[in-house]
Structures are given as structure tokens and as C-alpha cells.
Design a protein around this ligand. Sequence first.
Ligand code: GDG
Length: 477
Amino acid sequence: MDTSYTSMKTVIISNRLPVKIIEENNEYTFIPSEGGLATGLGDVYKNGNSIWVGWPGIEVPEDRQQEVVEKLAALNLYPVFLTQDEINLYYEGFSNEVLWPVFHYLVTYAHYEQSYWDCYRSVNDKFAQTTLKLLNKNDRIWIQDYQLLLLPCILRTQQPFATIGFFQHIPFPSYEIFRLIPWRKELLNGLIGADLIGFHTYDDVRHFISTATRLLPVNSTANVLSKGDRQIVVEAFPMGIDFDKFSGLTTTQEVKKEIDYFKSGKNEVKFILSIDRLDYSKGILERLRALELLLQHHPEYIGKIELYMIVVPSRDSVPQYRDLKEQIDQLVGNINAKYRSINWIPINYFYRSFPIEVLSALYATADICLVTPMRDGMNLVSKEYIASRNQNDGVLILSEMAGASKELTDALIVNPNNLGDIMEAILVALKMPLDEQQRRMKAMRSIVEKFNVKHWVQNFILRLNEVKDTQKSLLTK
Ligand code: GDG
């Protein structure tokens, strides 16, 4: 078994490359982005001869593609160029209007358009063609997420002995939900081209195995599927965060200044934080309704609590996201109008993103972090809050539907559909004695610190090597 996880070339493939693009004076500049996945995989693709393949994030005219290829190659990144039509149909269409809602159990939001599916197939094929040109015989391939479900099988067909891992960042639904998709068998056949398939939780693993064995001619023993002489291992790899980064940020001068600013004049007010991308899976409306319920039934907290709610713009060309934004605006407006006073407002609502330093100061200042998604593969915000609590105080309220709830059992766990449950949890959090906060936070911090994003990457890659070694030894017997 290979013990050094960076010693062999890994080809990482994801929908988006980990870069921010700036286009100024007809010139492209690419800045490596520092999202969770990019940080975790940094040790892999920034070192040695490993590479990352993906869409650069904008439509690049044909006559400028060579320039982009050269600039990205300097960062070990290789672009798959997509047209605006492809982005509309493959990404916004099939990925975000079929797979995203169905995998998050919101089946009535799905649009089963044949044109979306046709384009999803052809774009997965495009990713395969770019990858095959860059691939050498012994390379290890690691595919990320639901936009590329067909890619494992396309690559396997071309390279029968390739080492292929796949990780899905969003939930895998139960069979009864997945079976609704018209192209269900094609999707599953695509995925089982991989040697190792990873999900955040054991529940996702269970759902995938039961779905695959019901819909495909495969057998399963525990968490291994077999098809002919091929074996496919399916396991849980709960993703972590860069603990040191979030813990360290709160001690920098810049963040300390922001923390002082947030705290000034607010000694009597408890501060509740919520941070999400705009998405119907995140339970934003329900969270607001729970806060409204609290203000209605516990008027003693009027003037004593404030919610800071950051909603990061996302997918706003999809109609359901636009509707959701309007509903949030309206509900926030109603609650604030009803309960605010001249010098106090219950909800400080921001529809934009902030620099990481502001985020860090918010995490470090918030007495309570309220994370109540209807469904979430993992939810990294909950882990970032914990990593930012260097004094071991603060309370995390966490939905049982988030993958993170399986690890962070010392949070106050709630059912996000039960507004009374969320309200009660906020009341418990507001009154929780410091020693209890510290006991819970310490336990969660040690988990988030140990199972960080680098641990996640290393674990997946080592397991992929191990699975492949076992397969090879079975084939030579
Ligand atoms: C998908 C799955 C799974 C947010 N606001 C700002 C900002 N953020 C960053 C957070 C966090 C990330 O965005 C959000 O991550 P989540 O995990 O909470 O959610 P998704 O985006 O839906 O991610 C999810 C994840 O993939 C990983 O597998 O956990 O279940 O849905 O890192 O910090 N960052 C900055 N400014 C903001 O205003 N800089």
C-alpha cells in the first residue's frame, strides 16, 4: 500500500476550478481561491505533478482559450471550456434543477427536461475528453460531486484499469426518492465506474447501496458492490475544515478590530448568527419563523437578542431561488417592522458575501450559531463556528438533517421542520450556563480539530489506494 498520499499523481476533477477570475483591460487574471475543498486539496494539486481539471468559471472565446490554458497550467490547473448554453443546460438545468432538488428531497422542484439530460451527458463527456488527454497510466483520479456523476463510467470505459475515486458533497436520497428520476439507471451506472465512492455520512452510503442493488444488476456485501469481476467500495468520509485557519484568524489584528466593533455597546444583547448560501435546502424561512415565534411567546427577549443573518447570493437565475429571496425579504421586513424599536432591530439581514475576516469576527462574537438546514450533505458553517470559539464558549444549534449532526452530537440538535423545537433550543441556548457551554464546545472542538480537511483528503486517497491494491490482488489470484 502507498503510505504517502501525495507521492502519486492525482488528477482532481470538479465542476469548477479553484480560482477566482478577474477580467480587466481585456486581460484575465486567475487567483487561487481558498474555499474548503481547495484548501484541503492544496497539498495535493499545488505540489508534485498532480493537477486539477474543471470549468474556469466564465465563457472564454475560442481565440483566447490558449492564453487561459497557459495561465492556468502555471497553477497546475487545466480548463474544460463550456459555452453559455452548456452552463444553462448542464449546470443550472440538470445539476441544479434536477439533481440538487431531488437529492435534497424537494422533488416537486425538479424539472425533468430532456434537453438538460442530453447536455449533462455531453458535458460529462467533454470533461472525460479533457481528462483523458492529461492522464498517464498509473494516475489516480478523484472526481468531485453531483455535476459529474457520469464521468467515472466514461473514464472506466476508456481506461479499464484506472484508479477512480468519487466523492459526493450533497446527500444521497433514499431509493423512493431517487427512483423518481427518469435517467436513474444511467446515473447509477455512471457512478459505479468508480472504485471507491464516498459520501459524508453512513446514511448516504446506505441509501446509495440500497438504491444501486434495487435498480442495477449488482450484488452487495456490506458496503461493497460487485458487478462481474469488478468491486466498488462505498464508504463515509465526513468532510472537515481547516481548523487552524479558523482558530488562528480570530487572533489576528484585523479580526480583533472587527470583533471590538461588533461588541461595542452590545453588552446586554445576545447575538445569534446564521450564514448560508441562498438555498431552499438551508431552512432560512423556517429559522425566521422560529425567531418570530420566540419574540411572540417570549416578549421578555425583545430588545435582548439580535439575529445576524448572512445570505450569500447564489443561483439567482433559477426561478425558485428568486422566489425564495423575495419571501425572505418580506419575512425579515415583517418581523423587523413588527418588533423593532428606535434603537434595536431583531434581524440584521445581509444579502451579500463578506471577506473571511468579517466572517471570522462574526463567528467569534456570536453567542449562538443557528444552523437549521432542511437537508445538508455536511454543513461546514457549523464546523467553522466551532473552530472560531477559542474560549470554548458559545452554543451551536444544529439541524438533525445536516451531515454534521452525526459528528457534533454536543450541539443542541433540532428538527428544522419543528418551529417550536427551534424556539425551545434558542431559549435553552440563551440560558445555558458557561460551564455547560464549555463542556460541549470543548468536546466538539476536539472532533473538528482532529478530523480536519487535510485528514479528510489523506483518508480518502489512502483508502482509494488500498481499495485498488485489493482489487489488483483479487484479479491476479
Ligand atoms: C456543499 C454542500 C457540504 C459563506 N458565506 C461566506 C462564505 N461562506 C462559506 C462558508 C463555508 C461555505 O461558504 C458554505 O459551506 P456549506 O458546507 O455550509 O454549504 P454549501 O455551499 O451548500 O456546500 C454542503 C459542502 O458542500 C462541502 O462538502 O458541507 O452540505 O451543500 O465554508 O465559510 N465565505 C466567505 N464569505 C461569505 O460571506 N468568504
